[in-house]
Design a protein around this ligand. Sequence first.
Ligand code: PGA
Length: 249
Amino acid sequence: MRKKIIAGNWKMNMTPTEAVNLVNTLKPLVNNEDVDVVFCVPAIDIIPAMEAAKGTNIHIGAENMYFEESGAYTGEISPKMLEDAGVKYVVIGHSERREYFAETDETVNKKVLKALEHGITPIICCGESLTQREQGITIDWIRQQIKIAFLNVTADQAKTTVIAYEPIWAIGTGKTATTEQAEEVCAAIRACIGEIYDEATADAIRIQYGGSVNAGNAAELFAQPDIDGGLVGGASLKPDFGKIVCYNK
Ligand code: PGA
């Protein structure tokens, strides 16, 4: 049985002071022993959010990192910095990073390998645009993203990773994929992992759905056989996130 993993993606929201307040507000609301709970926060919020989350079930994650160890990369955060801070999860290749910051499947692959090298679990994002869905190439597109993201990743490493399927047209739009659409793609991702590796790896890997997840649709989405939780943007900044994490209570 795969343990569910529900992660908030704060994006570029919350000052350090606001971050501490939000962790304190959500702390009592996100108690669910059936779920791994992760708050992926802006880099500057990582340390104060961790302090605020001490002694709770909340893991603090990062929203991005660079694929080099150190050096002349002004403005970037290294995997070693995250590791030293005690970060266990990092979002890699979010569609906003791909769209606004020129990330590609190749840089995603480099980051995935680096995160794993440092003992950090990558939450690897994939997803199609509305045009791609209308063109009928969703599954082909996602399979390509997955195949490149996992190049040179061993089966044992792959088992520990998390994949987030996020249709771009559903992100921040209030337009959630239907349960059937979300399950279809998550099942196809699992099948693709099975092809690259084996059944044991496909069974072990956790696949999230993301895109306008809210307190009203979480339970149905997370009840699907191939959906092992969610990556939540907007709703992760509100007390509603507690309802999403406690979807089965
Ligand atoms: P949303 O964002 O929940 O606001 O749609 C999801 C995400 O981008 O991870």
